[in-house]
Design a protein around this ligand. Structure first.
Ligand code: GLN
Length: 466
């Protein structure tokens, strides 16, 4: 699919549609949708902004490329004055006092926010069922999960309720739902986009990620959101990626893939066959393909969940009903904390807080948490070695197709294992894009740190190759 942003921009400029009509139509679609993608609608704000864009066009003024383009926001981003619930009971009535940097940049460019989108509570999950707003249903088959945690965002894009959405990816939450709903989703290099105003889950891997229907739209939004932010010390300045530079794959000579991801019983036979057939098509274009060695999926998943649980236990300790959230009074302060947290956090979130506090506690931290940190270093070193040999790494997004709604809740461990192919790239802090091709749940393209340009180039190449 071609760029939706360019197409709508032209329609607005040529006065083929008014921005108010465009926004109203999408709001109506969101309101009546049965996929449970909406936590709250930003209709008053959106229609006010649309009227301003229409006035500008009527006056013959130029509008920027993103001006008037409707978008969605995962409900873990601060947008001043709006409910920001993280799909939790605890923050059900919490309103943001400020706006996240990444979102502010989009607002400054004139994009129009329509909706705060349903997701797994605090980003905890791979199916968007861990939410107080009802399980998000897959865009293609509503009996299946949408994926997660940014499920509402992926479904809104897939169904054209929003032109693009901003998800958050800690261990796969943009890439996996993008794959499950057959669209594009990028996890940029850690630090390329500011995390300021994104609710912290695993601070060392949290990334802001665009979800779109085209590679070009990923490029446009990535450029707008990237950059150094004094409010997030992990950010850095990156180069703008031009449209021209990603059109051909001249620089890409070698592609690698992890042998052990493919040669395992855990992968669905069709996903495996489709992946290998994609590899053959790439070879047929004269690109060298190398098999690479990597850590076992179990090791990757264990390392990720050890660190993720430790960091989320620490990050969520501030949510005790004092400064934020739905406080439930107990007999004394300690009671108040425990009732507030016990009644307002979901089972899945509590599982992670308990697990995280366990791995951080005295007597366990050396054995488990420090080992996790050490493994993370080894994973990064492994990637550095790989990128001396290959330009990009290709992998499936998930080992299996999306489960039926209800199944993941019965077996959390199986759900954790469904992240086998996404979490390694998060631990490596690398740029990884899901493209809706190759296997039923897409393919992931990964390059060395800060090399999003190469990822997008290869995505364009794959579009014409498989
Ligand atoms: N499914 C993974 C988890 O539950 C990733 C979630 C995410 O990226 N927010 O931790």
């Amino acid at each position: 699919m071609e760029s939706q942003i360019h197409k709508i921009h032209q329609q607005l400029m040529n006065k083929e549609i008014s921005c108010t009509k465009l926004v109203q139509e999408r709001l109506d679609l969101l309101k009546s949708n049965t996929h449970n993608t909406v936590n709250s609608l930003l209709d008053t704000l959106a229609l006010g902004l649309a009227a301003k864009v229409d006035a500008k066009i009527a006056n013959g003024q130029e509008i920027g490329l993103l001006e008037g383009i409707p978008f969605g926001i995962k409900d873990v981003y601060m947008v001043q004055g709006t409910y920001t619930t993280a799909s939790s009971d605890l923050l059900k009535k919490y309103k943001s006092p400020y706006t996240a940097t990444a979102i502010q940049k989009l607002l400054d460019a004139g994009a129009i926010p329509l909706v705060k989108e349903n997701c797994d509570s605090f980003g905890h999950g791979s199916s968007s069922e861990n939410t107080i707003f009802g399980a998000v249903k897959n865009a293609i088959n509503p009996d299946l999960v949408s994926g997660g945690s940014s499920g509402g965002s992926a479904v809104n894009v897939a169904k054209d309720f929003t032109v693009f959405s901003i998800g958050g990816d800690t261990g796969g939450s943009v890439r996996q739902p993008a794959g499950y709903n057959k669209i594009y989703g990028l996890k940029p290099t850690y630090g390329r986009i500011s995390r300021f105003g994104l609710m912290a889950y695993t601070s060392s891997t949290d990334c802001v990620g665009p979800i779109t229907k085209s590679i070009e739209d990923i490029r446009i939004i990535l450029n707008v959101m990237s950059g150094k932010d004094i409010k997030d010390q992990t950010t850095y300045q990156s180069k703008t990626i031009s449209e021209q530079n990603i059109l051909n794959a001249d620089g890409i000579k070698t592609v690698g893939y992890f042998k052990n991801f493919i040669e395992t019983d855990a992968i669905d036979v069709k996903v495996k066959a489709d992946f290998l057939s994609a590899i053959e098509k790439i070879k047929a274009k004269g690109i060298e393909v190398k098999e690479l060695d990597f850590f076992e999926s179990d090791t990757l998943v264990s390392t990720y969940y050890t660190l993720a649980m430790a960091e989320t236990a620490s990050n969520l300790s501030r949510l005790d009903g004092t400064n934020y959230g739905n406080r439930i009074e107990g007999a004394n302060l300690k009671d108040t904390y425990s009732i507030t947290r016990s009644d307002n956090f979901s089972e899945e979130t509590k599982r992670r807080i308990v697990g995280g506090n366990q791995v951080l506690s005295q007597g366990f931290s050396d054995e488990i948490y420090l080992k996790g940190l050490n493994l993370r270093d080894q994973i990064s070193e492994n990637f550095e070695k790989d990128f001396k040999e290959v330009d990009v790494i290709l992998s499936p997004v998930t080992p299996n197709s999306p489960p039926k709604i209800g199944d993941s809740l019965k077996d959390p461990l199986a759900m954790y294992l469904s992240d086998a192919y996404t979490v390694g790239f998060s631990l490596g802090q690398l740029p990884t894009l899901t493209v809706p091709q190759g296997t039923e749940t897409g393919l992931q393209i990964t390059a060395a740190k800060n090399n999003e340009e190469l990822v997008l180039k290869f995505a364009n190449f794959l579009k014409h190759t498989i």
